[in-house]
Design a protein. Structure first.
Length: 251
């Protein structure tokens, strides 16, 4: 694996029980890491970790709960002696026209996608800056870099845009302390997260038409980009947002 080798790295993945999170845990484990899957669905996370084997483990975590986040990360650092990688992947979407979006639904997306990412980055950052090394990869979205247009999704687009600039701000703040912070910005990925959208042939055709490569992404393709950014191969890269979008944003 060379520069992509992350043998024995303690890698924490939020939203790790399925989709991009699980694919990322598999990719990191394949490169030698010890993945720790965090998810609100503790049973699903435990089952995924058992299937992974190879030193994988799981914990139940609601990323919106400050005390819970701090306690879980402190426990991981105490048990393993360090945290080398954080993949901030937990996220939700509530797709409604802005005029019909309730404040409660807006706040739910903000709490998970933006505040949850902050809380986990802060908790991991405390450990990483103290040890003088670490890599954080946030999962943003092409919707954080564009106004979209296929359907209204204001809370998701806003929070993913916040994740983009959170990535840059943390990268600058922690660069001299040995911590790199980057993000991936996926296009629509074939996971349960967009199950309702995939059931609409017109939507899928529209994405394919707007994407130069001509298809949706696979979770493994996003996971491989995350592995790169988390690995020593990206040692000189921080504050970068890497679209995994088949050329969608290049047009």
């Amino acid at each position: 694996m060379g520069s992509f080798c992350i043998d024995d790295a303690v890698a924490v993945i939020t939203g790790g029980a399925r989709g991009i999170g699980l694919a990322t845990a598999e990719a990191l484990a394949g490169a030698g890491a010890r993945p720790i899957l965090l998810d609100r669905d503790g049973n699903a996370a435990n089952q995924a970790a058992e299937a992974l084997g190879a030193g994988a483990s799981a914990r139940q975590l609601d990323v919106t709960q400050e005390a819970e986040v701090d306690a879980v990360f402190e426990d991981i650092a105490r048990e393993h002696g360090r945290i080398d990688i954080l993949v901030n992947n937990a996220g939700v979407a509530i797709r409604r026209p802005t005029t019909e979006l309730s404040l409660a639904d807006w706040q739910r997306v903000v709490d998970v996608n933006m505040t949850g990412a902050f809380l986990c980055a802060r908790a991991a950052g405390r450990v990483m800056t103290a040890q003088g090394a670490g890599a954080i990869v946030n999962v943003a979205s092409i919707m954080g870099l564009s106004g979209g247009g296929l359907y209204p999704n204001i809370s998701y687009q806003t929070t993913k845009g916040a994740v983009v600039n959170m990535t840059r701000a943390l990268a600058v703040e922690w660069a001299r302390r040995g911590v790199r912070v980057n993000a991936v910005a996926p296009t629509w990925v074939e996971t349960d997260f967009i199950a309702a959208l995939k059931d609409n042939p017109e939507f899928v055709s529209a994405v394919e038409r707007l994407t130069p490569i001509g298809r949706l992404a696979q979770p493994e393709e996003v996971a491989n980009a995350i592995l790169f950014l988390a690995s020593p191969a990206a040692a000189m890269i921080t504050g970068h947002v890497l679209p995994v979008d088949g050329g969608f944003l290049a047009q």
